[in-house]
Design a binder for this molecule. Structure first.
Ligand code: ADP
Ligand code: UVW
Ligand code: MG
Length: 410
């Protein structure tokens, strides 16, 4: 049995998924992949480190679930990303149902100007991608560290990178440019957009959940997780996104500010005498829901809180989201479907309700009952714009891109 392992490394977490390749169905189709194990390490490098693991019996639909204790996996509470990968690889290697690992697919957040599709990495590629670390300080180095480690430990297993930026690479030039002098644009100072693996998954899945006659040529997808962005998709292609040069632009996020007046950054440096590192920490780690509420970056905690500051943070979050939907509808010249995805998008009914209420003028009508039970379709039958919840699956897209690459190489 051949296997593909997928690693999705975030700022404080590593998600993983292991797929069996069904060799009877050759070709890059998703049907050729069967998910067997998935799970995640969260709270890495903190005392809150936890591991969860799910196992799917081959041929069965239901998941049996168990939460491994740290002790059972031999983990120490303050373990970091590297420890997590080492433990995961050791655990995978000792399984009785172990197959032959034919590729490891990695989420790499920034592909810069060069990397527009999944690629089998060489050491030179990794060095090139490392140069982009300052453009994704919460993500890039965590995505590249396991690649370097596994290139050393498993030199014969292809390490394949799949990029968050790739889905946006074919946006119209006008959507990618900043209004800067041309020599800066020529250096690559332009909008890239992120969460592309998630958008790719939604774009592939939406036609399978829509009723046959529903129009879906103009779609906005709201990926609202710890990081949050939105994407305007026309006929399956990204045409605009709220994230730009870095994953700091656009919507307010758990700890990131989202879009700011650039003059404010100049003011922080010149008047508040903040260093580049101070400003970076402020905008990436101390702002967003955490900064405005002063309570938490976690939407669940804010929704459960009675504090007026929590309410203010949620109000700002929803207001900004509704404004961005209208802006993206402008880029599309109208809107057929809106899709919510990722942690907040999939689970936070009050947040969705507030965002949709502010978009009523665009022709959206929320089905409150469906919304409260996280149903797939959450708009009323007469709504001009359909509103949907589709759980994202970045790991599935990575595995399927790896398989396509392996098939091409063989
Ligand atoms: N049931 C829920 N209700 C409200 N918010 C939720 C719920 N479940 C998860 N979330 C929120 O989703 C966010 C995390 O999203 P997720 O997509 O898991 O993040 P990541 O970007 O780390 O993959 C957190 O703000 C969390 O509070
Ligand atoms: C690009 C980005 O913000 O990713 P995440 O949501 O995983 O933090
Ligand atoms: Mg995520």
């Amino acid at each position: 049995m051949q296997e593909i392992l997928v690693l999705n490394s975030g700022s404080s977490s590593v998600k993983f998924a292991l797929y069996h390749i069904n060799t009877e169905e050759s070709g890059p189709s998703q049907r050729a992949l069967t998910l067997t194990y998935s799970g995640h390490f969260s709270g890495l490098a903190t005392s809150q480190c936890r591991v969860s693991l799910e196992y799917r019996e081959p041929g069965q639909n239901s998941h049996s679930y168990r939460l491994e204790t740290l002790e059972a996996l031999g983990l120490t509470p303050a373990m970091n990303h590297e420890d997590a990968i080492t433990k995961l690889m050791a655990w995978l290697a000792q399984r009785e149902d172990k197959g032959r690992l034919v590729a490891i697919g990695h989420r790499v957040v920034h592909g810069g100007q060069t990397y527009h599709e999944a690629v089998r990495l060489t050491a030179d590629d990794v060095a090139e991608l490392e140069k982009l670390s300052s453009l994704a300080p919460l993500h890039q180095s965590h995505g590249l560290a396991p690649i370097k480690l596994l290139m050393e430990q498993l030199p014969n297993v292809p390490q394949i990178a799949c990029f968050d930026t790739a889905f946006h690479a074919h946006q119209p030039w006008v959507a990618r440019q900043f209004a800067l002098p041309r020599e800066f644009t020529a250096k690559g100072l332009m909008r890239y957009g992120f969460h592309g693996l998630s958008y790719d998954y939604i774009q592939r899945t939406l036609p399978t959940v829509l009723p046959g006659d529903a129009p879906h040529s103009r779609v906005v997808v709201a990926h609202l997780g710890n990081g949050a962005s939105m994407c305007a998709i026309r006929d399956g292609i990204s045409v605009a996104s709220t994230m730009g040069f870095t994953a700091l632009d656009g919507l307010p996020m758990g700890t990131r500010s989202g879009a700011l007046d650039p003059g404010l950054v100049l003011h922080l440096i010149s008047h508040e005498k903040m260093s580049v590192d101070d400003v970076s920490t402020l905008l990436y780690k101390r702002s967003g829901l955490l900064g405005v509420s002063g309570i938490s970056s976690d939407m669940r905690e804010l929704l459960a809180s009675d504090a007026p500051e929590a309410e203010e943070a949620i109000e700002l979050y929803c207001y900004r989201a509704a404004r961005e939907i209208a802006s993206l509808a402008g880029a599309l010249g109208g809107l057929d479907q809106l899709v919510f995805t990722a942690g907040i998008g999939e689970h936070a009914a009050p947040v969705r309700a507030r965002i949709v209420a502010q978009c009523e003028w665009l022709g959206m009508q929320l089905d409150e009952i469906a919304n409260n039970r996280d149903a797939a379709c959450i708009s009323l039958p007469g709504s001009h714009v359909g509103v949907w919840i589709i759980p994202t699956d970045e790991e599935r897209v990575i595995a399927s891109d790896c398989l396509a690459l392996l098939n091409k190489a063989s």
